[in-house]
Design a protein around this ligand. Structure first.
Ligand code: S3P
Ligand code: PEP
Length: 428
């Protein structure tokens, strides 16, 4: 959804998004795109049409706010590099701890400028745009794929070709970069991969019609209910598979763990059910599936095989230190799950010592203001013996505003007392 909005803004002909997915982060980007010049032609629950401005990005009079969304901040910073003037972008405190402000050097390398005006409480940067962007930019892809996606999206609108050199081949989150490139090409961009990165030729984006696929990370929490329940299956209606490699990878991992997903294209359903796992010890490479690492941590104590997750260090660069926080909170709930380390002593991932456990729960768990940690902890809480309270339900809007409704529909027993703290207290 966020890529469709950005590509719509960067085209100067109308675009249509079918089946729009309105999380608060998508909505916030949509509003920012309008302040950068995009106009909305028509909007219903089923589709939205809008017209972008191509290279003629407007300079917004006041700061563009991205709150806790690094994707929004990074991509808007790249777009602001096309404007003739200064754009201020702001983010909350969680963004100060993430690889965000020190990783926007590509804007300067291509002819714009970036100034860090952050305080100890907020991220604040000023981007000075230039319509004469072009040249070679270096991107560090070890910690996040989003910087590369941000640069790729604006690169066709530079005056001169853009050559992108990546620090470590293509780094983490490769499937997300593949989606960026696929959507750019669908809209007429010329982008080729090279040994060290990409080359993008100047051009224009043409209009496009894009249907938003189902969100496989949201789906992971439903797979989690199947993993933690004693028995039962879940059927997803109106399931639209995405073009994302990470989705395919995640469904394969689920199958290894003993959770089979069956897509029926005729009825547009996805059946999620428990089957025999494929082995007694499942080893998972997390480089390409960052968003479901917290869900996998929550599921690991409940599945039959022993689970080891490798190469998950980058997942600590998100809204909170997601690997560290999940392990801390799962252990607090009585799960046996431990971090694994690289040779340099950095957290690499985690592992369970054996198959299915019976964690006691019965505590209050903390989601650290992170929607994905909330839903992952709720997944584990549904399998625990005693009710667990979880703080932070007020952040669900970031990706899954209907989470409680869906949870109710799959038969989960919980008390979503919407207290100011947003406590969710699943029983079974
Ligand atoms: O491009 C994208 O849409 C995303 C890229 C990934 O970011 P990182 O590479 O920073 O993990 C992923 O975690 C995020 O949820 C969405
Ligand atoms: C993609 C996410 O957000 P951000 O844009 O902040 O990385 C997320 O919360 O998983």
């Amino acid at each position: 959804m966020q890529r469709s909005i950005l590509l719509g803004l960067l085209a100067n002909t109308p675009s249509v998004v079918l089946n729009p997915a309105w999380s608060s982060e998508a909505r916030s980007l949509f509003e920012a795109a309008q302040r950068l010049g995009m106009t909305v032609a028509d909007q219903t629950a089923h589709q939205v049409s809008f017209c972008g401005v191509g290279r003629s990005i407007q300079v917004p009079g006041t700061a563009l706010e991205s709150i806790g969304s690094a994707f929004n901040l990074r991509t808007m910073a790249a777009v602001a590099a096309l404007a003739r003037g200064d754009t201020i972008l702001e983010g909350n405190a969680s963004m100060l701890a993430r690889p965000v402000r020190d990783y926007l050097g590509f804007i300067t390398e291509l002819g714009g400028d970036v100034e860090d005006l952050s305080t100890s409480r907020n991220l604040r940067i000023r981007v000075r745009g230039s319509r004469r962007l072009g040249g070679t930019a270096h991107i560090d892809t070890r910690h996040s794929s989003q910087v590369l996606t941000s640069l790729l999206l604006v690169a066709p609108l530079a005056e001169d070709p853009v050559r992108i050199n990546c620090s470590q081949g293509r780094g983490v989150g490769q499937g997300y970069v593949d989606l960026t490139v696929a959507m750019m090409r669908e809209r007429g961009a010329w982008v080729e991969s090279t040994e060290s990165g990409f080359v993008v030729r100047p051009g224009m984006y043409r209009s496009g019609v894009h249907e938003i696929a189902s969100d496989f990370t949201a789906l992971s929490y439903l797979a989690g209910t199947v993993a933690t329940a004693e028995s039962g299956h879940v059927t997803i209606r109106d399931y639209i598979p995405s073009q994302l490699g990470p989705e395919r990878e995640f469904l394969h991992v689920l199958r290894q763990l003993g959770i089979r997903t069956t897509h029926d294209p005729a009825t547009h359903t996805l059946l999620i059910e428990r089957v025999e796992p494929t082995s007694r010890h499942v080893e998972i490479d997390a480089r390409n599936i960052p968003t479901v690492v917290p869900t996998l941590a929550a599921m690991a104590p409940f599945v039959e095989p022993r689970v080891t997750v490798h190469h998950a260090a980058h997942v600590n660069n998100h809204k909170c230190r997601r690997v560290d926080m999940m392990l801390e909170q799962l252990r607090h709930m009585g799960c046996s799950i431990a971090p694994t380390y690289t040779a340099d002593g950095e957290v690499d991932g985690f592992g369970t010592p054996s198959g299915r456990q019976e964690p006691v729960g019965g505590v209050t768990a903390e989601s650290h203001g992170d929607h994905r940690i909330f839903m992952s902890l709720a997944t584990a809480a549904l399998g625990a013996r005693l009710s667990t309270a979880i703080n932070g339900a007020e952040h669900l809007h970031a990706s899954f505003p209907d989470y409680f409704t869906v949870l109710e529909r799959v038969g989960a027993d919980f008390d979503a007392a919407r207290t100011p703290d947003g406590v969710l207290s699943p029983a079974r």
